[in-house]
Design a binder for this molecule. Structure first.
Ligand code: KG4
Ligand code: ZN
Length: 334
């Protein structure tokens, strides 16, 4: 069969990224331009600034990826783009850019869901095996999904309020750490111990998650201790928070491993870069003779290669979008 080259675009949050991916698994070239340093000045992503920067950067990123691949847009077979979910203004920059490329170069257009992209990031280095349990843990989502085949999803549970990454970012801010909080909490937690007694996140038997209670308990603890003039051991608090956050994932994943007997687990999204989390979930999976799969660090956080991987099954099925494709900030997987 002829090789299929997909040029994929990701701009749902604060990374402008374009990749060229062959047959849904080989990354020919990848370019990522992060706006992280700009947003760090504001303590989080400012949507208006994000979309403006995508507009400024997207042609630079395209040129960079084409140079790396030594290719022209006319060499690829299709244009794929993240159209949902994410920041509306940011998504629109990528979607409109993809539509222009599709129209000018007469290439089919493929609409990709960002969360499905995070799952398919696992296909860039390994095979996706079915059935599997996919745990999406990012700045905007916390979802446990059962996959029975390519693009066959069953939602088992999801967060009832904040996403796990959002909790990491808010707790980081109250501890005086820079955005993005997740990696900085992880670093600080490494120097501390689990000494603070924080509440269980969602103490029930569903597959759902909740992180706002845990987040608020850390914020209240910091405020109360500060008002009393007491010092906080930040490293111990970071470690206690990280442990509590990961324990809740473990509890719900263990329930699913027990109830379904599934032996393949995938973690996807920015928080899956966390090494403590990876180690804890690897141990849990081993207890059930299951295997934990996760992408390399570069493919954990937002990148366009994962969008190319997720677009490939749609290309094979001929599921193409029209030029009236629009962005959708709130879409789910299923
Ligand atoms: O997938 P992603 O890049 O963007 C979204 O789709 O949301 O995830 C970003 C999230 C942020 O909340 C960030 O703090 C978190 O992933 N994150 C981490 C780590 N690296 C990134 N959280 C915990 N530990 C990390 N090492
Ligand atoms: Zn993401």
């Amino acid at each position: 069969m002829k090789d299929v080259l997909i040029l994929s675009i990701e701009s749902s949050c604060d990374e402008t990224s374009i990749a060229i991916v062959k047959n849904g698994c080989d990354v020919v070239a990848l370019s990522i331009l992060s706006q992280m340093d700009t947003h760090a000045n504001y303590g989080g992503v400012v949507p208006e600034i994000a979309s403006r920067m995508h507009t400024e950067n997207i042609t630079i990123v395209l040129e960079d990826v084409l140079n790396k691949a030594n290719m022209k847009v006319s060499d690829v077979d299709a244009i794929a783009v993240t159209a949902e979910p994410g920041l509306l203004g940011s998504l629109l920059v990528g979607v409109e850019f993809a539509k222009v490329l599709s129209y000018v170069y007469k290439k089919p257009l493929i609409k990709v869901n960002h969360l499905i992209g995070h799952i398919y990031a696992n296909k860039l280095e390994n095979k996706l095996t079915f059935p599997n349990l996919s745990l999406i843990i990012s700045g905007g989502h916390t979802e446990l999904i059962k996959m029975t085949g390519d693009y066959e999803f069953e939602l088992l549970g999801e967060t009832q309020d904040d996403a796990i990454g959002e909790a990491f970012d808010k707790v980081a801010r109250v501890l005086g750490l820079k955005y993005p909080g997740g990696p900085n909490i992880e670093k600080l937690a490494f120097e501390g111990e689990n000494t603070y007694n924080l509440p269980k996140v969602l103490n029930d038997e569903s597959y759902n998650f909740s992180y706002s209670g845990l987040k608020s308990s850390v914020i209240n603890l910091v405020h109360n201790e500060t008002q009393r003039g007491n010092t906080i051991n930040k490293a111990n608090l970071a470690c206690s928070f990280q442990t509590a956050a990961v324990n809740e994932l473990k509890r719900k994943l263990e329930l699913a491993l027990k109830n379904t007997g599934i032996k393949d687990v995938i973690i996807a999204g920015g928080v899956s870069a966390n090494k403590f989390l990876r180690n804890e979930l690897t141990d849990l999976c081993a207890k059930y003779n299951a295997k934990l799969n996760y992408p390399s660090f570069i493919y954990c956080t937002d990148n366009a290669a994962m969008i190319g991987a997720a677009a490939y099954p749609l290309y094979l099925k001929g599921e193409f979008a029209n030029l009236d494709l629009n962005a959708n900030s709130n879409a789910n997987i299923c």
